[in-house]
Each structure stands twice: as structure tokens, then as C-alpha cells.
Design a protein around this ligand. Sequence first.
Ligand SMILES: Cc1ncc(COP(=O)(O)O)c(C=O)c1O
Length: 382
Amino acid sequence: MSKIVPFGKPFIDNSELNSIKKVLNSGKYVHGKESENFEKIFKKFTRSKNATSVSSCTAGMHLFYLALGISKGDEVLVPAQTHVATSHAVEIVGAKPIFIDCELETGNIDINKIEKKITSRTKAIVVVHFLGVPVKMEKILKIAKKNKLKVLEDCALALGAKIGDKHVGTFGDAGVFSFYPVKHITTAEGGMIISNNKKLDNIIRSKKAFGVDKNYNQRNSPGKYDVKELGINYRMSEIHASMGVVQMKKLKVILKRRKYNFDYLSKNLKKIKQIQILKNSEKKIHSSNYCLSFILNKKLASKRSKLIKLLNGAGVGTSIYYPKPVPLMQYYKNKYNYKKNLFKNAFIISENSIAIPTGPHVKKNDLKFIVNEIFKSIGTLN
Ligand SMILES: Cc1ncc(COP(=O)(O)O)c(C=O)c1O
């Protein structure tokens, strides 16, 4: 194989190495300036009022429900087409996720199906900006206001995505981001919760660190503190945060490259009649171009595994977003006995789509290579 373009590759160099080394040498691995600095930079970038670093996006979503006191007997509306983390964060507090199918054009939650699922037990709705394409938040907020629901935005794949000039994550009560290695920026593992609600942010901040009344730097005398509420340890270490600080400096370039790559791939792959590319833009909707996903037509769909093997064999990395609608994952299927015809569009995307890379590691000559290999591989299947 002459060339390999992986699906995802962290965009790191000596600057991250140096920042990690500096933290290691300092001996201060938690409660330091790096996480404070990372939060400040993130807040400024997203133009949110508060930002709290956490150990993962999942941890952030868990904290959101803990902070609101959502628990057994409550229901949260969850898109069927997402990472299981979006739903697990609801399950883990004892509440029940009520799944909603997606639109076939974007993979985003089908807003028209939301209101039918609202009951007296519904407390919140979580939306996922699927593959970085913003959900139409104006409509979500209208439904939420009418029914007194809290809104969480799962922005795991959407750092830099905007509606008009406003960043995703700033529309709902809170937005949570992921810094897992293939995401827009990485801290190895990590996440950030943004919110314009200071009171909510304070509770989240306390709960992410055992519920102590004074954080490490607020204590007059070392080791003296009290615990005012139940909490957990979901802090981000200084080592991870120092990576985040450096990565944020690269974000503009990363987003520009992702957009260029998406547009190139989309323009060239559009010529293939047997595939439908998931839509990533329309008026005011600015995607973060996490990846490009296309749905194979009926005839090709039965050959998806073969096509993936051909592409991977030729050096083109692929992924699937996501392998099954969450309600059809074994855990949820066994617990709630969901039938697949309830989530028709999510099922089509899970079963028939292939995602290809748009990250900054994909260079201009790689783009041509990816397009050629896709044409060639589909050609051999016909
Ligand atoms: C939509 C979505 N939400 C949440 C997560 C979980 O993120 P983390 O691994 O940072 O907990 C992922 C992970 O890929 C995701 O795709």
C-alpha cells in the first residue's frame, strides 16, 4: 500500500509535547493555571459566559443531569442517531431516555417528531449536532419553552459550528464538547461544558470535584474544607489542559482545512449517482465539517462491508456514524424492547452509510486519492 489516509489523526507537534513537559516538570498536575487558562480561551472562542473543563464529554453530560436533579421517574428526549454516551448520561442518573428518529438529509433529530413524545415526566431534551451540522435551535428552544424543558446540546462533533454568528452550545441551557483524539481538538480524553447560566455552572463546578465547598486554591489553610453536596471526580488534569491550550491556537487552521476538505470531497463525490451525501450547510447553518458521510443506494448497501474493505485495503480510512441507532443497541433493546421500524431513518444511516475523513491530516493530494479510490471501488462493485 503506497498511501494510508487514516479516518482521524490528532493534529499535534512539538508544541503540545513542550507544554506537557513543562507541566510535568512543574510538579503541579491538578488545580493549576492550565485548566483555568484553557477554560478562559474556550469561553472566549465560543462567546459563552462560563466554561468548565471536565474529564470527558460524557462526564459533562452526566454532570448536567446531576446538577438539574434529573433522576428516576423523569424522561429525557434523546436522538436515536447518536453515540451511546448521549443516552447513557441519562440512564446513569436513573432517568429514562425517550428516543426520537432523525432526518435522512442530515442525520439530525427530526424536530417534527419531538412534541408527540413529551409527557408530564419529560424534563429535558438533548440534541446532537450530528457530524458537526447544527440542529435548528430556534425551533428546539420554542418547543422547550412551551413545555418547560431544559435543553442540553451535545457538541462532541461540533466545535466551531455556528448558526449565523452564534456558536453551538450557547443556545440551550448548556453545551458539552469532547476532546477525544479524533475530534476537532484533542486533550487525549477531555471535555468542556459551556453555559450562560452562572448558577448552573457553579453547581456543575462543585459537583465535578466531590461537592467540596472550597476548591483547592480557595482554602485558607491546606487540607481544610467541607463538603456541601454529593459530587464526583470529573476534573481535567493540568497535563490534559495544557494540550488543550495549545490545540485551541490551531483551531482556526483546523476548521479552515476541514471545510476545504469537505467541500472538495463533496463536490467530486456528488457525481456518483449511487450515493447520497449527508447535507452539511444551508442558509445560516455553518458546519464544523467533522467528516463526510454518504448513504449508499439500495443496490450498493448490501455491499457496504465489501466497499469498506476495498477502501481500507487501498489506504482510505473510514468509519460509521453510528453503527446502530442507540435504542437498538443490545442494552437498550433488552431493557426497553424497541422495534427498529420506529427509527427508520436512523436505521438507514447506521446500516447504509460510510464516513470518510476531512481532518487537517488530509492533504490536498490525499483528497484526489480518496476520490479516485471511491470511484474505483464503487466501479468494481457494479
Ligand atoms: C455525539 C457524541 N457525544 C458524546 C460522545 C462522547 O464523548 P467522550 O468520549 O468525550 O465522552 C461522543 C464520542 O464520540 C459522540 O460522538
